[in-house]
Design a binder for this molecule. Structure first.
Ligand SMILES: NC(=O)c1ccc[n+]([C@@H]2O[C@H](COP(=O)([O-])OP(=O)(O)OC[C@H]3O[C@@H](n4cnc5c(N)ncnc54)[C@H](OP(=O)(O)O)[C@@H]3O)[C@@H](O)[C@H]2O)c1
Length: 243
């Protein structure tokens, strides 16, 4: 497969976690990378950590805000691949205690945001380009109680990609569905208890440990580079769906 030299990749969520790992791997493979997040400060720090010899640009934008999304693609110009990993911790309370405002914000940031990205990205994508969105293990192994909203949102991505792959062809549209990955999001959700959670899950899953972003990034690179992959969901979870 071709490497990514000469290709321009936009990574929404590239200032942290899985997206940062994709940005680092794409740079390693020769691409020019635009990283996107809401915090300009986090973007600056990520640009510095990535290095990239002038091949990294940060653009601050909120994917839940359509004016921001439109401006993002104006500023970024034509490009080859869109990767969206952005997301915030999901709701985690029983259905009877659902905070509807929090749920709306979560769905806006993750699902409606993906629709807005696809809407505005489509006209700026070079021929042969692709879009990759991120779902996750919570649709397959939902946390109980409290997993219904994140499960519904993550599950919907598979069908979003299938329909969009037909509508936007020959642009390809795919999904990566990771298992647990050791990222900053976990620090926010469970803080210092993270190591204990990961040790326990590591002993249960076939891979024997929790993934790092660098373990997941090759799935995104594969979907960018393989011209026959479209409308597909790749699960990369160390066998977590099996236990
Ligand atoms: N980590 C896991 O175990 C895991 C497993 C399966 C699925 N996932 C999913 O993968 C995605 C990424 O998770 P992660 O662990 O990499 O999270 P993370 O380390 O917290 O990174 C999230 C990134 O998204 C950006 N972001 C959040 N909301 C945004 C918005 N509205 N507009 C633009 N950028 C936004 C953040 O920057 P700002 O805060 O500056 O905006 C940051 O760059 C999430 O949707 C998560 O549900 C994660």
């Amino acid at each position: 497969m071709a490497n990514l030299t000469g290709k321009k990749i936009i990574v929404v969520g590239g200032s942290s976690g899985i997206g940062f790992g994709v940005a680092a791997a794409a740079l390693e493979d020769g691409a020019e990378v635009v990283i996107v997040g809401r915090s300009a400060q986090k973007l600056k720090a990520a640009e510095k950590r990535l290095g990239g010899a002038g091949r990294v640009t940060g653009i601050a934008a909120d994917m839940a805000n359509e004016a921001d999304v439109a401006r993002l693609f104006e500023e970024a110009g034509v490009f080859d691949h869109l990767v969206a990993t952005a997301g915030t911790p999901p709701p985690n309370y029983p259905i009877g205690e659902t905070d509807m405002e929090f749920v709306r914000q979560f769905v806006d940031g993750k699902l409606i945001g993906a629709v807005m990205l696809a809407k505005h990205a489509a006209r700026m994508l070079n021929k042969g380009g692709s879009m990759i969105f991120t779902s996750g293990i919570n649709k397959d192994r939902p946390p109980v109680p409290g997993g219904s909203v994140v499960s519904a949102v993550a599950g919907s991505f598979t069908y979003f990609a299938r329909a969009l792959a037909l509508e936007l062809a020959p642009t390809r549209v795919n999904i990566v569905s990771p298992g647990w990955v050791d990222t900053e999001m976990w620090d926010e959700i469970v803080g210092e208890a993270k190591a204990g959670y990961f040790d326990q899950m590591g002993t249960r899953i076939p891979s024997g440990r929790i993934a790092k972003p660098a373990d997941i990034a090759p799935a995104y690179l594969y979907l960018m580079q393989n011209e026959f992959m479209t409308g597909e969901t790749i699960h990369i979870d160390g066998g977590q769906r099996l236990v």
